[in-house]
Design a protein around this ligand. Structure first.
Ligand SMILES: [Cu+2]
Length: 147
């Protein structure tokens, strides 16, 4: 009776372990996030072109090395699963330069960094820009190429 209980219990633990292994395998099958980074200073981005792959998650590190407020925006892009992994602000005044809220928006306060994850869904060339007034015109823009 007691040994049977022990056997059932160890079987249950065995299946729990097996389940954990399978969950790990399934998680391992999805592509790891592509690491990209962009640094903003007053008044330039560190790169003018970023690259990603449609369907592959992107982990983007956005560092604001300037003394002014900078962000990263793409007006029209199909993405899924946007989330901040570190830092970032969900609500702040943005879109002032364009008048419409961008579909992809990552921001960091001066001297801070934000890490965001998202998955671009379609291949294409997407213009990115800083939405702080006058910054795009001053040269804070570039292209995200999704293959
Ligand atoms: Cu800016």
């Amino acid at each position: 009776m007691f040994t049977e209980l022990v056997r059932v219990r160890s079987l249950r633990i065995y299946f729990l372990l097996l389940g954990g292994v399978f969950a790990g395998l399934i998680a391992g099958c999805s592509a790891p996030p592509l690491q990209i980074s962009l640094e903003a200073s007053d008044m330039a981005y560190s790169v003018v072109e970023l690259r990603a792959v449609a369907g592959q998650p992107v982990r983007m590190t956005f560092l604001n090395a300037g003394a002014l407020e900078h962000d990263f925006n793409i007006g029209e892009i199909k993405i899924s699963g946007f989330k901040y992994v570190e830092g970032g602000m969900v609500t702040h005044e943005h879109g002032q330069a364009t008048g419409t809220a961008p579909q992809l928006h990552v921001m960091a306060m001066p001297g801070e960094r934000a890490v965001a994850e998202f998955t671009p869904l379609r291949a294409g060339r997407y213009e990115f820009f800083c939405s702080t007034e006058g910054h795009e015109q001053a040269g804070m823009h570039g292209t995200l190429v999704v293959q």
